[in-house]
Design a protein around this ligand. Structure first.
Ligand SMILES: NC(=O)c1ccc[n+]([C@@H]2O[C@H](COP(=O)([O-])OP(=O)(O)OC[C@H]3O[C@@H](n4cnc5c(N)ncnc54)[C@H](O)[C@@H]3O)[C@@H](O)[C@H]2O)c1
Length: 295
């Protein structure tokens, strides 16, 4: 039987779009043989010509056939060249792009980078629309779950070794936000704010470890160190750079996030401790090292 071909398009070819191009290239070979599928990246869409150029250069370095390029997602969808799309454009563009993909007559499966959208209202809108399209798989890229130290932690917690999970504490002490194309991540209206943009990964993990839904949230954060001397079109960034957040869950479990984004060179960028009524487990790791090890 001939192997099926899955044709991918990438919408937003900045840092993460190119990361996805890398990942899709890694899926060729062994994964293709195991799954009897051929993976092709046929399209890239981005309004920023430099990002498209970098995407094409990377495709060539990875030995992939040159994808077709488009300046936006409408042209990519109209081309009929894709079966699945990765949305890795800035957060404030996700809602409109997702609604267009979900509303497009021809089905396209979607992996959208976190966060799904920048507001709860927009998230609900996309979720409701996706429910009307059972022929489409819409997945949000909350990939911290799959980082080896976190995946190991999940295995331990789910095995029941710790007993009933009572407390989950996550600390991220890291470097400031990186520079992005057109500096979109400097403003809450574009990113949804630091706790949405960066920390949706951690709220996902807290919920996963607690195996429950949140009922109460307390938080305190501020802009204390970063980006204070930056100005974009006359505006100073408004994103917080440190916070403590406490979350109470409906099964009595408590979660805590300790975020500091002016802690470059921290020995362990992230630490997660999970304590149950009979045991505790702690994972400490440098994300950069973990990601390099996975390549
Ligand atoms: N999973 C993670 O750990 C992780 C890490 C970083 C960023 N992200 C997410 O990935 C997404 C992209 O972030 P990035 O770091 O690659 O940003 P980036 O600025 O490097 O790249 C974004 C790209 O999208 C393009 N773009 C802007 N508007 C567009 C539109 N309407 N249609 C298509 N392309 C458009 C920009 O020109 C740019 O090339 C964001 O949602 C971000 O939150 C996830």
């Amino acid at each position: 039987m001939a192997a099926a071909v899955v044709r991918y398009g990438i919408i937003g070819v900045g840092m993460m779009g190119r990361e996805h191009l890398h990942n899709l290239a890694h899926l060729t070979g062994q994964v293709e043989r195991e799954q009897s599928v051929h993976i092709r990246v046929t399209c890239l869409a981005d309004p920023h010509p430099e990002s498209l150029l970098l995407g094409l250069q990377l495709a060539a370095e990875l030995g992939l056939p040159a994808p077709q390029t488009f300046s936006g997602h409408h042209e990519l969808l109209d081309s009929g060249l894709c079966d699945a799309v990765v949305v890795s454009s800035p957060n404030m563009t996700h809602c409109e792009i997702l609604m267009d993909i979900i509303g497009f007559a021809r089905p396209h499966h979607v992996l959208v980078e976190k966060p799904l959208c920048t507001t709860v209202q927009d998230c609900k809108k996309v979720i409701e629309a996706a429910k009307q399209r059972p022929d489409i798989l819409v997945q949000v890229g909350l990939e911290y779950r799959y980082m080896p130290p976190v995946a190991k932690l999940i295995d331990i917690v789910k095995s029941g070794t710790l007993g009933h999970v009572r407390m989950v504490a996550i600390r991220e002490h890291r470097f400031p936000f990186l520079v992005k194309v057109n500096d979109w991540n400097r403003f809450n209206c574009n990113s949804g704010g630091t706790l949405v943009e960066k920390c949706c990964h951690f709220f996902d993990l807290l919920r996963l470890f607690a195996d429950a839904n949140p009922v109460r949230v307390m938080a305190s954060g501020a802009i204390d160190v970063n980006h204070k001397d930056e100005v974009y079109d006359g505006k100073v960034p408004d994103i917080i750079d440190n916070a403590y957040v406490i979350v109470e869950f409906d099964n009595g479990c408590r979660g805590m996030l300790d975020l500091c984004m002016f802690a470059e060179g921290s020995k362990n960028e992230q630490e997660i401790s999970v304590v149950g009524d009979i045991g505790k487990v702690l994972a400490s790791y440098l994300v950069y090292t973990v990601l390099q090890d996975c390549k």
